[in-house]
Design a protein around this ligand. Structure first.
Ligand code: 8ID
Ligand code: ZN
Length: 336
């Protein structure tokens, strides 16, 4: 099979022929149709984070495809089913987090396209209990970004505890942000989209954002304070510290900053303001299998639509280059 492989951090990916994975008990083999390119994959290829991915690595955690083989003992998935292979590749099923429906916090989890090989390939294997069943009648290419961008931002909005009618700010209208704002609208929030590029803000308006702010032209904190008195929740899915600082400052008293983007920097949080204003800062990592079902359902019902462009698998290095330069509006999805 053809695959895109990270051999060393900060080097171009190699497109090479590899063995199709052999499945074991409880696993399924998936012929990948499409795989979205998440900024996390770029962090992985750069070895940006404290926890490093395996090497060599086939990245990709937005892979969608058709099951061609099922291992012994698999009862929930059959050959011919369309499934997605997400970041939460597997969890132990036994720890306090798994037992309380918080499997994304499992310390023994594996991560697709990070600790194990992912979807930048013609085939990928995964445990049957952790693949996402893709609803009927959706386009496999369009649905791919929901596997990470969708579920992650849907979950972040849920844990923000904002209520219908509240103002919510989304910082960073990229792959995650452009679906975040649609989930936010579908959940009944008023949405302010913040980015540093006008074309991304035009897309945000088209997708339903109530207000947009270009952070290079206007101070978003001042604008948000003046226009709506601060937001109940700010979700930062940008990849710069500056956006996180501004997102924190945009939150009104009693509000929440949800930290989702993962720039390799620290976020200095002022103790005095956090205490006096009763602000919550919380991290949010992808979503559980139940969150995934819900996030996919929003898309299947047409309430959330990804803005995608396709590219062949072997153009991954150019796709990464575009991502680094901020030249992708929405998501690029690799097709096999
Ligand atoms: O579960 C999680 N927590 C999770 C899941 C998936 C992805 C976290 N992530 C992380 C990724 O690893 C990455 O760090 O979320 C971040 C965003 O991923 P993405 O949406 O896939 O990246 P992108 O498409 O490149 O979009 C980034 C956007 O941020 C904007 C850019 O213009 C772009 O639209 N942006 C930047 I960079 N600086 C900004 C600023 N100062 C900004 N927007 C507003 N203000
Ligand atoms: Zn991702």
């Amino acid at each position: 099979m053809k695959a895109a492989v990270v051999n060393q951090y900060n080097q171009k990916l190699e497109i090479k022929e590899m063995e199709v994975p052999t499945i074991e008990r409880g696993e399924v083999l998936v012929k990948i149709e499409a795989c979205g390119v998440c900024h996390t994959d770029l962090h992985a290829a750069h070895g940006d984070w404290p926890v490093k991915p395996k090497l060599p690595l086939i990245p990709g955690h937005e892979g969608v495809g058709i099951v061609t083989e099922v291992g012994e003992g698999v009862t929930n998935i059959k050959v011919g089913d369309r499934v997605g292979i997400p970041w939460l590749f597997s969890a132990c099923g036994e720890c306090e987090y798994c037992l309380t429906g918080r499997e994304t916090l499992c310390p023994d989890q594996e991560n697709g396209g990070y600790s194990v090989d992912g979807g930048y390939a013609e085939y990928c294997k995964a445990p049957a209990h952790y693949v996402a069943k893709i609803p009927d009648n959706v386009d496999p290419v369009e649905i791919a970004p929901i596997l990470c961008a969708g579920v992650t931002t849907y979950k972040a909005l849920k844990v923000s505890e904002a209520k219908p009618g509240d103002w919510v700010a989304i910082y960073g209208i990229g792959g995650l942000g452009h679906v975040a704002l649609q989930y936010a609208k579908a959940m009944g929030f008023n949405v302010i989209a913040v980015d540093i590029q006008d074309d991304k803000l035009e897309l945000a308006t088209k997708l339903g954002a109530d207000k947009t702010i270009n952070g290079l032209k206007l101070d978003p904190v001042q604008a948000i304070t003046e226009e709506v008195g601060g937001v109940q929740a700010a979700i930062s899915v940008a990849v710069t510290k500056k956006a996180f600082e501004q997102a924190y400052q945009s939150v009104k008293r009693g509000g929440t900053l949800v930290v989702v983007g993962l720039p390799h920097e620290d976020l200095p949080i002022p103790i005095f303001d956090t205490v006096l204003n009763g602000v919550t800062v919380r991290g949010s990592i992808v979503g559980t299998r139940k969150d995934m079902q819900e996030a996919l359902e929003f898309a299947a019902q047409g309430k959330v639509k990804t803005n995608i462009e396709t590219a062949p698998l072997d153009s991954i290095n150019e796709v990464f280059e575009k991502m680094e330069k901020g030249q992708i509006n929405g998501r690029i999805v690799l097709t096999m």
